[in-house]
Design a binder for this molecule. Structure first.
Ligand code: SF4
Length: 393
């Protein structure tokens, strides 16, 4: 039997949020070009599927997509901004086993500033509470930590903990997927200090899952200092992304879109075993972008489990003997910066941030065409309005 894969399905590039660290909302896909059920039916068996966007709930046929994906996936988690509360609640009634991660970028003021969604915090938070009331088990927050919201990291974790919800973290990345090349952490020591506090909170808990999350956050400190990835990146070997056009890619972290093949045109086996796919795999083998996003790290943590497991054992054990348990200075690069062996400018250069770089968006020619006389925001706003009118709301 073929090995089950880890897949991410980007069902749309349309998004109604206006996040400061992601310009995807300016570069939407066209609904008529977005991945169809026929293409989804061709996907392989997966042990885990993440459905993401854009904002996936913009697609009114998301329930049909989920129904199809459950035929081939053991576990599904949807990443959303939580704006379409009614659609999320309706989907969760049909699939109570599904995972939902709502992006919340901090406490109310910070979140609304970063995400640019009117009343975004309350909407997202209320949606999460509703899901919890319904008895959903796998729901939680997703936070992208940056200079503006780092102080809210531990308070937001504590809030999620009180509500018995999951808490997923990320930091700034640059790629075609985010339509961005200028993201960079400015005050690394301050942001890392907040991550250090979070790591210690997670290690304090009695949950093994949280101890491994502590390791992930330890890796985020290393990432924001532009350190080399703590674990190898095996994207495109047993993990894939598929975009709204049916293009299968290794990940969402590359500068330009890297295509292994198009699933609208081929069968999965043809695509996965093609020369194009092999070419992409050889690029991944020497990729130096050192991303640390859960989509590429979680499979690596499972595959190279000995490394995070040893780290966890060491830190749980040390807690009995030391007052100060985990320290961000365990990362060599953090010490080098503190000791003046490397400068901020050198770290910036090692990062993927490029202030003058060309920004790619991975859009099809047709999707690009629609941006000639309208902005992405205008297109998506009109689209959502049309959906509302057609429902007579
Ligand atoms: S490090 Fe891995 S996830 Fe990041 S761009 Fe390279 S191949 Fe993709």
């Amino acid at each position: 039997m073929a090995k089950k894969l880890n897949g991410t399905v980007i069902v749309t590039y349309r998004c109604n949020a206006r996040c400061s660290m992601c310009n995807r909302y300016k570069a939407p896909s066209m609904p008529q070009e977005e991945i169809t059920l026929d293409t989804i039916k061709k996907l392989p068996q997966m042990y885990f599927t993440n459905i993401t966007g854009g904002e996936p709930f913009i697609r009114e046929d998301l329930p049909q997509i989920v129904r199809e994906l459950y035929k081939k996936s053991d576990r599904i988690v949807i990443s959303t901004n939580g704006f379409f509360t009614d659609r999320i609640v309706a989907l969760c009634k049909e699939f109570p086993q599904i995972g939902i991660r709502i992006s919340i970028e901090g406490l109310e003021k910070t979140n609304n500033e970063i995400r640019g969604l009117e009343d975004g915090f309350n909407k997202g938070y209320t949606t999460l509470l509703k899901l919890k009331e319904m008895g959903m088990q796998d729901v939680g927050f997703g936070m992208t930590v940056q200079d503006k919201n780092a102080d809210d990291l531990v308070p937001l974790y504590k809030l999620s903990d009180e509500l018995n919800m999951e808490f997923a973290t990320a930091s700034l990345h640059n790629s075609f997927y985010f339509v961005e090349s200028k993201n960079v952490i400015k005050d690394r020591p301050m942001v890392a200090k907040n991550f250090e506090d979070l790591v210690n909170e997670l290690l304090k808990s009695n949950s093994p899952k949280k101890w491994f999350r502590a390791y992930f956050n330890h890796g985020l400190i290393n990432y924001i200092y532009s350190g080399k990835r703590l674990l190898p990146c095996d994207m495109s070997f047993d993990t894939f992304f598929i975009d709204p056009y049916g293009d299968v890619m290794p990940c969402n972290g590359t500068k330009e879109k890297e295509v292994m093949g198009n699933l609208n045109e081929k069968t999965w086996d043809e695509l996965w075993n093609s020369e194009e796919a092999e070419k992409v795999r050889s690029k991944v083998r020497c990729c130096d972008r050192n991303c640390w996003m859960i989509g590429s790290v979680s499979p690596a943590m499972h595959k190279y489990i000995h490394k995070p497991a040893l780290w966890v054992i060491k830190h749980k054990f040390l807690r009995y003997f030391k007052d100060k348990k985990y320290s961000m200075f365990e990362n060599k690069i953090v010490c080098d910066y503190r000791d003046g062996k490397v400068t901020k400018e050198e770290l910036d250069l090692l990062s993927t941030c490029d202030f003058d770089g060309v920004i790619f968006d991975g859009l099809s020619d047709l999707s690009k065409e629609q941006l000639k006389d309208k902005t992405g925001e205008e297109i998506v706003d009109a689209d959502i309005l049309a959906q509302t009118i057609s429902k007579g709301i």
